[in-house]
Design a protein around this ligand. Structure first.
Ligand SMILES: CC/C=C(/N=C/c1c(COP(=O)(O)O)cnc(C)c1O)C(=O)O
Length: 391
């Protein structure tokens, strides 16, 4: 469960037996064909996989450089990539005899995915969500409640994802017997970062066979790019390509109001340094005394002052490049996607698109760039309308 010095399992003693039994259950499932048969059946018939790999001709034309492909995980059931991971964790939870599922959520997509799968399997669902995020992702709060989940607003800190994860962990420590904590990103104590990455890798695995169908036998992407909150949609796209050196890998963090000493951003790699939070060692936004900072982003799903430990390792080893895009650039990308391709994107992938808009024009026309369109924008239309003065 280590990625260089990153990762690990920094949890209280009360959680260790549960964590060890989860690790045992996951190790067994990894080589259990019936587990993957069930996953593939649900990914196909419930989620609607494979998600399309779509050639964005008008984006490509307008930017005048690289060929842009969008991996359409926003077309999954519930509207984002989150359900890829939730299915795997809840099948494990059932195998462990757990009847109560808890989750943290920021954008509400992970919360909706968890509530959805709990409804499908008839499990109790409790979702912790920062009060600020309850406000800015209202459509998802309604969806969670309609799906039968209890949504617990969290008022500590700035009322965002970090605070929600704190309270989910507290609940878990209190209810280890009957409760499974479904973590929504590649963070947390081992084995979560590797397990979530493995479930999300369906994204990159599909791209490996979908691109040659459209670009010729054996064709690999030249660049792959994804937005990063904790980093799960990015690891899902990146992981199957880590051993292809010709594939350039770029992760895009939330630049908020700008990456500077005011720390009004969530670019943990660019503006942070190694520390321990939520059970793992990784890059974190922290002050000189090691106090974790609140961070800032227009996007609830990227509004997290940490990052998955595998990204910290890919950053230090240089296998992946990490950049950031500001709120303002993300809003411009939002409008660009609507106008050129008729796709209303979630504010999270808008950060990846913001960087595509800078990078594509500098690349030759035969350079193939694949970007994770990891979520749809229905949850964000009120935020964007306000910023554009529509309301
Ligand atoms: C687990 C907390 C993160 C959430 N969402 C994060 C998110 C992200 C960032 O999460 P990662 O893929 O894990 O970096 C990207 N795209 C969409 C559409 C998202 O909703 C959530 O609660 O829905």
């Amino acid at each position: 469960g280590r990625f260089g010095i990153y990762g690990g399992r920094f949890v209280s003693e009360t959680l260790m037996p549960l964590i060890l039994s989860l690790e045992e259950e996951y190790e067994k499932a990894k080589t259990d064909q019936s587990f993957w048969d069930e996953m593939n059946d649900l990914w196909t018939h419930y989620v609607g996989r494979p998600s399309p790999l779509y050639y964005a001709a008008r984006m490509t034309e307008e930017l005048g450089g690289a060929k842009i492909y969008l991996k359409r995980d926003e077309l999954n059931h519930t509207g984002a990539h989150k359900i890829n991971n939730v299915l795997g964790q809840i099948i494990l939870a059932k195998r462990m005899g757990k009847t109560r599922i808890i989750a943290e959520t920021g954008a509400g997509q992970h919360g909706v995915a968890t509530a959805t799968v709990c409804a499908k399997f008839g499990l109790k669902c409790v979702v912790y969500m920062g009060a600020h995020d309850v406000e800015r992702q209202q459509p998802n709060v309604f969806r969670m409640r309609l799906l039968g989940a209890e949504v617990v607003p969290v008022t500590s800190g700035r009322g965002t994802l970090k605070d929600a994860m704190n309270d989910a962990l507290r609940d878990w420590v209190t209810n280890v017997r009957d409760t499974f904590y479904c973590i929504g990103t590649v963070a947390g104590p081992a084995p979560y970062p590797a397990m979530v990455r493995d479930f999300q890798s369906i994204i990159g695995k599909e791209v490996r066979w979908q691109l040659p169908e459209q670009e010729g036998e054996g064709r690999l992407p030249d660049t792959i790019i994804a937005a990063i909150g904790g980093g799960s949609n990015a690891m899902g796209l990146f992981y199957p390509f880590l051993d292809d050196p010709s594939v350039k890998i770029i992760g895009v963090e939330a630049g908020g109001k700008g990456v500077n000493e005011k720390m009004e951003h969530c670019a943990s790699l660019t503006g942070g340094r190694p520390g321990v939070l939520h059970g793992n060692r990784t890059y974190l936004l922290q002050d000189d005394d090691g106090q974790i900072l609140e961070g800032f982003s227009i996007s609830a799903g990227l509004d997290y002052p940490g990052i998955g430990p595998e990204h910290a390792w890919l950053h230090d080893t240089g296998r992946a490049e990490y950049v950031s895009i500001t709120d303002k650039e993300a809003l411009e990308a939002f409008q660009f996607s609507c106008r050129t391709e008729g796709i209303i994107p979630a504010l999270e992938p808008c950060h990846a698109l913001g960087h595509v808009m800078k990078l594509a024009p500098t690349l030759p026309k035969d350079h193939i760039l694949v970007m994770n369109m990891c979520g749809r924008g229905d949850k964000d239309i009120f935020t964007v309308a306000k910023h554009l003065g529509f309301d």
